[in-house]
Design a protein around this ligand. Structure first.
Ligand code: TYM
Length: 348
């Protein structure tokens, strides 16, 4: 709080700084409904209340096999998908991670205080190394350290993500505690923000697993899919063979209900839920209605994508602005960090 500088004025001026939020998305193919419902819909809402920094994290995408040309193109496509989903560069800071070099600088520093054992325990390291045994690299192991650097470079206090990212943010909190303990209070411990209902969207083909691009195109709905593609994928989605006798819904059926509720009207959801309870439900009807509401829900995003693709200038301007804002914030943090950890400073 400060006093108004005018001599006769008795007003007190309260300066309220918005809490900072950071989140990121890997550019590995187009955004799918899991990314959208699990994270991006939350990002869009938070833009109005918080100071948000959102990144397409291209360095993270390099930890699993990739093609250089494709990485460049997929980064561009993910940016378009984010803008089309409602990320508004007038309200938030949108960046590509590798364009703000302090992300990797801070990651190196954090790497020197992170015990190996913490990293070896992270579930995604095990999963990804099983998936790509010929591509085991140091970057994959230190992936969560870079993620911690992404978040704390901006002293973010909240991180909106899907459930699968919780262990990474927990590790960030541990790294923060260790840094603050070793070098003095510098970073806040960031909180995970998830939307409970949509924190984990299931794969259409293997509903026991989360929706992910790695399970093949028929397992996920991309936000740019046409109504025909959406219909085809949902009609083939795995359910069970009939209404289950117990209270427990099978994961495939629960997942269709979740999509219906997320994109459709509450009455539509309730009508099918009543039929499910009465054991009169026909899954073909549930699938048809779900396909319709998902296609309708994604229609504005599809249209906006087209608009952005025809006006790439808007994206370039947003990125230039985002890079400038993020670099200034990052420089401030790095200056403090360098002093704290004792890196050479000739002016001292
Ligand atoms: P990524 O690119 O795998 O996913 C981006 C966001 O989408 C969420 N998500 C899902 N949510 C619900 N159901 C699903 N099936 C589903 N699939 C994906 C993810 O939880 C995530 O929020 N490591 C991160 C990227 C990252 C990051 C960061 C995130 C790098 N630095 C800093 C937050 C803060 C990742 O691979 O997300």
């Amino acid at each position: 709080m400060t006093l108004c500088s005018s001599p006769n004025c008795r007003w007190k001026v309260i300066i309220v700084t918005k809490r900072r939020v950071f989140s990121g998305m890997r550019p590995t193919g187009r955004m799918h409904v899991g990314n959208y419902l699990g994270a991006v819909r939350n990002w869009v809402q938070m833009q109005d209340t918080y100071q948000c920094i959102y990144a397409v994290v291209d360095y993270h995408a390099m930890t699993t096999p990739y093609e250089p040309d494709q990485l460049n193109q997929e980064t561009d496509e993910m940016l378009v998908d984010l803008l089309a989903s409602g990320i508004d560069p007038e309200k938030c800071t949108l960046i590509v991670q590798s364009q703000v070099p302090q992300h990797s600088e801070l990651a190196w520093i954090l790497g020197t205080i992170t015990p190996l054992g913490w990293l070896e325990r992270v579930p995604t390291f095990k999963e990804k190394s099983d998936m790509h045994p010929d591509y085991l690299n140091l970057g994959l192991l230190s992936y969560p350290v870079l993620q911690a650097a992404d978040i704390i470079l901006y002293k973010a206090e909240a991180v909106p993500v899907g459930e699968d990212q919780r262990p990474h943010v927990e590790l960030t909190r541990e790294i923060v505690r260790r840094f603050n303990h070793m070098f003095g209070d510098t970073f806040p411990e960031p909180q995970v923000i998830t939307k409970k209902e949509t924190a984990r969207i299931a794969s259409l083909t293997e509903p026991g697993k989360k929706m992910s691009k790695s399970l093949g195109p028929s397992s996920y709905i991309a936000i740019g899919d046409s109504p025909e593609q959406i219909r085809e994928k949902i009609m083939k989605a795995v359910t069970d063979t009939g209404p289950s006798s117990g209270d427990e819904m099978s994961p495939g059926v629960a997942s269709l209900f979740l999509l219906l509720r997320s994109f459709g009207a509450e009455e539509q959801y309730q009508a099918f839920a009543d039929e499910y309870r009465a054991q009169t439900i026909r899954y073909v009807d549930l699938k048809e209605t779900t396909a319709d509401v998902v296609a309708q829900g994604l229609q504005p995003i599809r249209e906006k994508k087209q608009e952005i693709q025809n006006n790439k200038r808007m994206l370039e301007d947003a990125l230039a602005q985002g890079r400038e804002t993020a670099t200034a914030l990052a420089a401030e943090t790095m200056s403090e960090v360098r002093n704290r950890i004792g890196l050479y400073n000739p002016r001292m």
